[in-house]
Design a protein around this ligand. Structure first.
Ligand SMILES: C[S@@+](CC[C@H](N)C(=O)[O-])C[C@H]1O[C@@H](n2cnc3c(N)ncnc32)[C@H](O)[C@@H]1O
Length: 371
């Protein structure tokens, strides 16, 4: 009953919103004016989003934030330091000021805006912005990609395991670029997971698809008695071993090379983590990975899945709009809701699987499962 009332209201609202006379009335009438303005601004953001993100990329690539962190600068100096003609620097600086990346001071000098200052403190996001050049090249003709998702993309080359029949044979030169990106962006994820779930209640953590070990190292810092196992493709696991050694963790870490499509990970951990792993894979492969995790868990152990999810309250735009397209270009993966992840866990033989509330739902949803 309530649902059909809601559907009826949506139909009426849309007929009114599409009506030019109603639009101009809503923009003038005091009670609807704020709503009409907010909607118009939101619609413009969707129309112009690509231009905004290219301004952001230019600011990051030109090192403008770093230049202005050192000292406020006037336009001719900005042009000289970035190698831009003064006219182009003027366009970029004014656009970046409008978007809150930069801010104008007295005496015609420019400094960081609040968004620019926050970005500078966040190396992970800066790396992601640079990485987006690949994504945007793949999305140049989005309808073509939607109609034919099998066409070649740069992202599927970058994430080489996504299209490889023998991922465990991939060499360091191929796995290193994506593993480095994962290691630097791990900071966005590790704190969110480790603030929401206390890993120190466990004896041994096995991080499946653990990359260069950034998450395991963060977990080790939170839980001084925790033993750590990491399982990843051989070339990736070998690099993780070096990073564990460099962080003084060799005595409580062990790395294992293999492919979770074909090989069982080491058994016996009472906590297994799958961080940003399942969303790279279609359901069938995800069930295999989950099945291997369940078999490897110690009796009574816990599986923790932490990754970007769809329809996460407060982070909805990260889900279907961003990762939906990202994974389409990468090929093979799928963004899921926490409910879908929990269903996959139960299909793979876990007795219970429930979403865990996170403190700051920015990039990561969490599901806990027990065998
Ligand atoms: C998106 S990355 C996430 C890495 C890390 N967990 C993180 O969050 O930074 C996915 C990881 O899964 C690993 N991986 C992909 N296919 C694999 C396979 N068949 N067997 C084992 N690991 C695999 C990749 O090498 C990579 O380290």
């Amino acid at each position: 009953m309530l649902e059909s009332l809601r559907d009826g209201w949506i139909g009426l609202r849309n007929r009114l919103a599409a009506e030019p006379r109603f639009q101009s009335f809503a923009a003038r009438f005091p009670l609807t004016r704020p709503f009409a303005r907010r909607e118009a601004a939101g619609l413009f953001d969707l129309v112009a989003g690509f231009a905004y993100t290219q301004i952001l990329l230019s600011v990051v690539e030109l090192g403008l934030l770093e230049h202005l962190q050192r000292e406020p600068l006037d336009l001719p100096t900005i042009a000289a330091r970035t190698g831009l003609p003064v006219e182009s620097a003027d366009i970029l600086v004014k656009a970046a000021c409008t978007l809150g990346l930069l801010q104008k001071l007295s005496n015609d000098r420019y400094t960081l805006g609040l968004k620019g200052a926050s970005l500078l403190g966040n190396a992970s996001v800066m790396d992601l912005i640079r990485h987006h050049k690949l994504l945007y090249r793949d999305l140049l003709e989005p309808v073509k990609l939607l109609k034919d998702p099998t066409q070649p993309t740069e992202l599927s080359q970058f994430w080489a395991y996504a299209r490889s029949a023998a991922p465990d044979a991939l060499g360091d030169g191929i796995v290193s670029p994506y593993s480095k990106l994962m290691a630097t962006t791990q900071a966005l994820v590790a704190d969110e997971i480790l603030d929401s779930y206390d890993v120190s209640q466990h004896q041994t953590l096995l991080d499946m698809g653990g990359g260069h070990g950034a998450f395991a190292i963060a977990a080790a810092q939170r839980a001084p008695n925790l033993k750590l196992h990491l399982f990843d493709l051989p070339a990736v696991a070998a690099e993780a071993a070096k990073r564990f050694a460099a962080n003084g963790l060799s005595d409580r870490t062990t790395t294992f090379g293999g492919s979770f499509h074909d090989d069982d990970p080491p058994a016996g951990a009472d906590l297994i983590t799958l961080v940003r792993v399942l969303y790279d894979h279609p359901d069938e492969a995800a069930r295999v990975i989950l099945g291997r995790a369940r078999n490897a868990l110690a009796p009574g152990g816990t599986l923790l899945i932490g990754e970007p999810v769809a329809e996460l309250p407060g982070a909805e735009r990260m889900g279907h709009p961003y990762f939906g397209l990202y994974l389409l270009a990468m090929k093979g993966g799928r963004i899921r809701t926490t409910t879908e992840l929990a269903s996959l866990c139960r299909e793979a033989g876990f007795a219970t699987a429930t979403p865990l509330k996170t403190n700051r739902p920015l990039m990561t949803g969490i599901v806990l499962a027990r065998a």
